[in-house]
Design a protein around this ligand. Structure first.
Ligand code: ZN
Length: 311
């Protein structure tokens, strides 16, 4: 039986937060339905940020509500603060992902608070979650700029591990370690993720990589070696970095699934169905930059998808 590796589609959130086109709620939900039909069960569907900060997410409530009606989907949403978390909780979305930055300078620039203040906010979010009636909502706990920062440069590994431990102690259900700006390299990933998994390994640990400098899939392999079994990825490699205009975005979903299946892991996903969905999403986003090797070259004849072989 093959081991399961979870690929979470973040295109409808990270992928489109910077694009020039505001997608309709119906298209965002159509993207989610297509991804589920292609075998992906986890999708970060929106972000509860103020619409004046990211206009793309003005319809966060509608998208979250719609996503919760899609059979087979476990939708999640990103929240930057307690206010966003309360919006998500009121809808009962099953997984809410919070994020703070390991880089103090990045955190101050993003949310005008220190990292410790943001951690204190997470503690309040856990309390709000615990007080919320209805089915228990899981909390993902993200650490942005874990591998480096465009403002501060190097980020302390000790600090990243400390934040993961604080999150675990506060009541996080999973830890998300993010290379927000595409600085990570495989040696660094193997080293840091080994430490994070050792520190909080009773919780699922997920990596969020950007392919800004071409090392995204190499970093996936390094994280697998460190024991990570869940990854964020974006269809068509959408998700360009505001600090590196023109650069590639999140690691590409189709290529990540291809890599994992070739390594013998079970993702549950169908690469060809993902490529078909990608073509449709591309047609909605004129002028955007798309990336991905499988969409260009196709699958090799030696590819042996073994869908449904594992639980
Ligand atoms: Zn990202």
């Amino acid at each position: 039986m093959r081991e399961r590796v979870h690929v979470r589609e973040v295109g409808p959130r990270d992928g489109i937060q910077m694009v020039g086109t505001i997608l309709s709620s119906e298209r965002k939900l159509s993207w989610c339905r297509g991804a589920v039909a292609a075998g992906l069960r986890d999708i970060e569907v929106t972000s509860f940020v103020p619409a004046k900060v990211v206009p793309q997410f003005v319809d966060a409530e509608d998208v979250a509500r719609g996503a919760m009606t899609i059979a087979g989907l476990r939708p999640s949403a990103l929240v930057p603060n307690l206010r966003g978390a309360e919006r998500a909780f009121s809808l009962g979305i099953p997984l809410v992902n919070y994020v703070l930055s390991a880089s103090e300078a990045h955190n101050l620039a993003n949310v005008r608070r220190t990292t410790d203040e943001s951690m204190a906010d997470f503690v309040r979010i856990v309390a709000a979650r615990d007080a919320h009636p209805g089915p228990r909502i899981a909390l993902g706990a993200g650490i942005a700029t874990s591998f480096g920062c465009t403002i501060a440069g190097a980020v302390s590994e000790v600090r990243v591990v400390e934040l993961a431990e604080q999150y675990a102690a506060a009541g996080a259900d999973e830890i998300i370690v993010a290379d927000t700006v595409g600085y990570a390299d495989p040696g660094q990933v193997r080293r840091l993720m080994g430490k994070v998994v050792a520190a909080v390994g009773k919780l699922p640990v997920l990596c969020h990589f950007h392919d800004t400098r071409g090392l995204g899939l190499a970093n996936v392999v390094a994280a697998l070696e460190a024991g990570v079994r869940a990854f964020d990825a974006s269809l068509a490699g959408l998700g360009g970095c505001p600090f590196a205009p023109g650069a590639t975005g999140n690691i590409n979903t189709e290529d990540t699934v291809y890599l994992l299946e070739q390594l013998g892991f079970d993702t549950g996903a169908d690469v060809e169905a993902l490529v078909t969905l990608r073509r449709e999403v591309e047609s909605w986003l004129p002028g955007e930059r798309f990336s991905g090797a499988i969409a260009r070259a196709g699958l090799p004849k030696t590819y042996r998808p073994r869908l449904g072989a594992a639980a």
